[in-house]
Design a protein around this ligand. Structure first.
Ligand SMILES: *Cc1c(COP(=O)(O)O)cnc(C)c1O
Length: 386
């Protein structure tokens, strides 16, 4: 038998050498434009709390109140005795928000994607995924047992070639806003292909809902597409909504199918009701406070102008996800470390999360940021990139 401990240690040393070692930083404050990270106050440019709702007083208050009303644990899965009035009301509100007949809560976005894809695809069917899809979508496709195809990023010719060659019932799967790139999926073209080849289309708009589109309705809202054109929509609640959990939205038949078949829905404890009530409060803010989206637009444009003057290698994105290309994993790691020393928390996104050689700093903005903080970030970026 091999010495397992030394084999593991050897592997870890290799990951370290590649600049791919992952470690946690300890945060001792709520999320916000500034956080206490490993004991120091730093400006936070890596959170997905785009609208600044994770620590909003109305959201926190709803959470507290619901903990008084419901306690903490939900007791069981939704199908046993864990489906509360709070969950149900949130589902109805999410259905209305997305303009669909029904919505179904999942405990996380990862689980939603695994469950939805496995319920809609399997042996004897095919799944087509954008190469840069989120890991949970790729894993969902692989685990479903369907014939698994990846197309080049946003490349509709590549997708159409594979669709034409396949004769299986199919499901096309895409991020709405690509999580590590910030660009939008070519959704109108995707929905046309889905119609032409008679396939289902699933969009995971984890980074678009609440942020993109005139009413914060996400990529579907941005492109003005109907529920028929995008029949399966997945959203997450831990990002712009500032809370936790996820949902799928679509037709009555889709949701009933998921309740019968999505294993990550059936075999897991329902998320706490207090989370659902907090999310209901944050949904109200998403709808009512469009200034948060306007502020994000202003901040992103301000950053793009400044980064342009510095000739920083920004990637093509107009969302609050503004990646700066670094190249190697080691370089991304070093840049992120230097920024942290200067008081800025910016994530280094490396392989295998993104393709080798395209490691990047993933700068994200929140409606809680001020332009003065963006100025300071730009100054620090000028230094570390020089
Ligand atoms: C974050 C993310 C998920 C996972 O959602 P969680 O609720 O954090 O599990 C799924 N899809 C995409 C595109 C994401 O960015």
């Amino acid at each position: 038998m091999t010495d397992d401990v030394s084999a593991l240690a050897e592997n870890l040393a290799k990951i370290q050498q590649q600049g791919r070692y992952r470690s946690r930083k300890i945060i001792a404050s709520p999320q916000g434009a500034e956080v206490i990270c490993d004991g120091r106050q730093v400006i936070n440019f890596c959170s997905n709390d785009y609208l600044g709702l994770a620590n909003h007083p109305a959201v926190v208050k709803a959470f507290r109140q619901a903990a008084d009303d419901y306690g903490v644990g939900s007791g069981s899965a939704h199908l046993i005795c864990g489906h509360s009035a709070a969950h149900h009301a949130l589902e109805e509100e999410l259905a209305e928000f997305t303009g669909r007949e029904r919505a179904l809560l999942f405990s996380t976005g990862y689980m939603a994607n695994m469950g939805v894809i496995s319920a809609l695809a399997g042996r004897g069917t095919a799944v087509f995924e954008d190469r840069l899809n989120h890991a949970s979508l790729l894993d969902g496709g692989l685990l479903s047992g369907a014939h698994f195809n990846r197309y080049a990023h946003a490349d509709m010719d590549s997708l159409e070639r594979s669709l034409r060659a396949s004769h299986l019932p199919a499901l096309i799967v895409t991020d709405g806003v690509f999580s590590m790139d910030g660009d939008l999926a070519p959704l109108p073209a995707l929905s046309k292909l889905a119609e032409r080849y008679n396939t289902r289309l699933l969009v995971d708009d984890a980074h678009g809902l609440g942020v993109v589109g005139p009413n914060g309705g996400g990529i579907v809202d941005y492109y003005g597409l109907s529920p028929q054109q995008v029949p399966v929509l997945v959203g997450t609640l831990g990002k712009a909504f500032g809370t936790f959990g996820a949902f799928a939205a679509g037709s009555e038949a889709l949701i009933e199918t998921l309740i019968q078949k999505a294993r990550t829905y059936i075999y897991t404890t329902a998320l706490p009701s207090a989370i659902a009530e907090a999310t209901r409060a944050s949904l109200k803010l998403v709808l009512a406070e469009s200034w948060r989206r306007d502020k994000l637009t202003t901040l992103v444009e301000y950053f793009q102008r400044g980064a342009g003057q510095l000739d920083l290698p920004l990637m093509p994105s107009n969302t609050p996800i503004q990646p700066i290309l670094a190249g190697t994993d080691q370089r991304a790691q070093m840049l992120s470390r230097h920024l942290l020393e200067a008081g800025f928390l910016v994530g280094a996104i490396r392989s295998p999360t993104v393709p080798e050689g395209s490691a990047r700093l993933r700068v994200t903005f929140s409606a809680e940021h001020e332009t003065e903080q963006v100025d300071r970030l730009l100054e620090a970026l000028a230094l570390v990139f020089s």
